[in-house]
Design a protein around this ligand. Structure first.
Ligand SMILES: CNc1nc2cc3c(=O)[nH]c(N)nc3c(CC[C@H]3O[C@@H](OC)[C@H](OC)[C@@H]3OC)c2[nH]1
Ligand SMILES: [Zn+2]
Length: 366
């Protein structure tokens, strides 16, 4: 794994990341492909939008189709037919959000499957082994995503266990083909966050994520912790803010030095009719679009905006047509890809601050 800074403006930086299955430029947004597909789109469409790094998830893939099937297919890339880069989350978050968490022990996490209620156990070592055996380019290590709110005591003990798991994860490593990222926890407590960074960066991780955010805390808290932690992570390694976020959140975090982002919003919102546009979000279900024959975003050059009107997309949605999800997802993911492309260009051109101000004025101005 190689990470090369191409340009810097303040803490914001544009870089190129080289993994086993190719390379990508940052800041980048990673479409969520939790079960091995981006809902509603083919890989051809995802690649055509310029994405070269997508997300999958150990928790889900372990339960369905399972390690045996993926290994028999020759690894995750050949199983899902995606030849770009893949990052998998460790499942730490999903066990809490989806699975029925049984117990967090020093050894690892005991949980019941949300699919059939069967009992399972993830240790830090098992997660690293799973990620290496399915051959992903970047593996997140097993952590506890400290919930919000959490007391100082809880956040402290949870962060200290996450640190012990991080050490065990690095020790369990058997190849450098799968880059490993450590995850910073510590809740909303600055001293715990700084202590976690201090210990985590002593370990030979290929990149670092800021975890435990975008879990219901106020925006200002998310920004405060991001601005505190991001600049303190090693500048020569990728920084990934997990689960973030809206266009505003991404611009704020890029300004703080974050390189990688993931969020379900562009895909999930598309399926419930919310479209991101240069003038803010619109909800295509609104009656006011019944005879609005203009495209979702006049400034967007995606397939959906070039060929269809708001009225038509509203009709598809109201009729429960499958194409409503497909066409809305094409637009939203294209919008995010374009935003990241313009951010990279702005940093390389030395005008990121102006770009951020102009984008937000228009986006908020409606
Ligand atoms: C929404 N807010 C949010 N805050 C998060 C915080 C954490 C965290 O502290 N630790 C871990 N391990 N994961 C986190 C995650 C999950 C991201 C994954 O969740 C999946 O999206 C649903 C996707 O899996 C394909 C993605 O993969 C990286 C978060 N998501
Ligand atoms: Zn569009």
């Amino acid at each position: 794994m190689k990470f090369r800074i191409l340009a810097q403006e303040g803490f914001a930086r544009s870089a190129s990341f080289m993994g086993t299955h190719g390379q990508t430029e940052t800041p980048c947004f990673m479409p969520v492909g939790t079960l091995g597909a981006v809902k509603g789109l083919t890989w051809e469409q995802v690649k055509g939008m310029g994405y070269s790094l997508v997300l999958a998830n150990v928790y889900h893939l372990y339960l369905r189709p399972g390690l045996e099937v993926i290994e028999a297919a020759g690894g995750l890339h050949s199983f899902i037919g995606w030849n770009g880069l893949i990052l998998t989350d460790s499942g730490g978050f999903q066990v809490f959000s989806l699975g029925r968490l049984m117990k967090i022990k020093e050894e690892g996490i005991e949980f019941r499957s949300h699919v059939d209620g069967s009992k399972h156990f993830f240790s830090p070592e098992f997660v690293v082994e799973f990620e290496e055996r399915i051959g992903v380019d970047i593996g997140m290590v097993l952590d506890e995503c400290t919930p919000y709110p959490a007391t100082y005591e809880y956040a402290k003990h949870s962060m200290e266990r996450t640190l012990r798991w991080a050490k065990r994860s690095i020790e369990a490593r058997t190849t450098d083909k799968t880059a490993l990222f450590g995850i910073v926890q510590g809740g909303v407590y600055e001293d715990l966050r700084l202590k976690c960074v201090e210990e985590l960066v002593k370990l030979p991780f290929d990149g670092f994520a800021i975890g435990g955010l975008s879990v219901g805390e106020p925006k200002e808290e998310m920004y405060r912790i991001t601005r505190l932690v991001a600049p303190k992570l090693p500048p020569d390694k990728p920084r990934y803010l997990m689960g973030v976020g809206t266009p505003e959140d991404i611009l704020e975090a890029v300004e703080a030095g974050v390189d990688m982002f993931d969020c379900v919003m562009p895909t999930r919102n598309a399926r419930n009719g919310t479209l991101f546009t240069s003038r803010g979000k619109i909800n295509i279900k609104a009656a006011k679009y019944r005879k609005d024959f203009s495209p979702p975003d006049p400034e967007c050059d995606c397939y959906t905006c070039r060929n269809f009107s708001k009225a038509y997309l509203r009709h598809l949605y109201a009729s429960g047509e499958m194409n409503a999800s497909i066409l809305n997802t094409i637009h939203n993911l294209h919008f995010y890809a374009k935003l990241m492309e313009r951010i990279r260009e702005a940093i390389k051109g030395g005008y990121f601050t102006e770009f951020k101000r102009e984008f937000l004025a228009k986006y908020r101005g409606g």
